[in-house]
Design a binder for this molecule. Structure first.
Ligand SMILES: [Cu+2]
Length: 141
């Protein structure tokens, strides 16, 4: 009999402990929930720049926030590439000088996305059509 009572007590104690453990876990959960709701999450956006059949980036100038991405989308029937760097004047016309941040390679269709983690001004160009003035600038604030 005594053994049974002791076992029953242990069972009750264990039950109380496991319940209190549960409620503690719940409290931790709810407090972390309220933390995440009061701390604003960084709102990042993806901005679309069209690469048109008229050899243009639309819009050619775009201002975004740090952490945002730019998605260049081929919308016309001409293949393009988007590479970071400045287009400079040469004897043969305008020519892009890559700065190595990004280079989509030639795209007949589809898109290329780059995420900007630092502020600044980022010029870019289409390697095939820099001479037609197909250049753009992303400003990251
Ligand atoms: Cu192009």
């Amino acid at each position: 009999m005594k053994k049974n009572i002791i076992l029953l007590n242990i069972a009750i104690i264990l039950t109380i402990f496991s319940f209190s453990g549960c409620s503690k876990a719940n409290q931790t959960d709810s407090s972390s929930d309220s933390n995440s709701s009061t701390t604003p999450l960084p709102q990042t956006k993806t901005h679309i720049v069209e690469m048109t059949g008229d050899y243009e980036f639309v819009p050619s100038k775009l201002t975004i926030k740090r952490g945002d991405s730019v998605k260049w989308v081929v919308t016309g029937n001409k293949p393009h590439e988007v590479a970071s760097g400045k287009a400079i004047k040469t004897e043969d016309g305008m020519e892009g000088v890559p700065d190595g941040l990004w280079d989509s390679g030639k795209m007949a269709s589809g898109s290329f996305t780059y995420t900007f983690h630092t502020t600044g001004t980022f010029p870019y160009y289409c390697d095939s059509h820099a001479d037609q003035g197909m250049t753009g600038t992303i400003t990251v604030e």
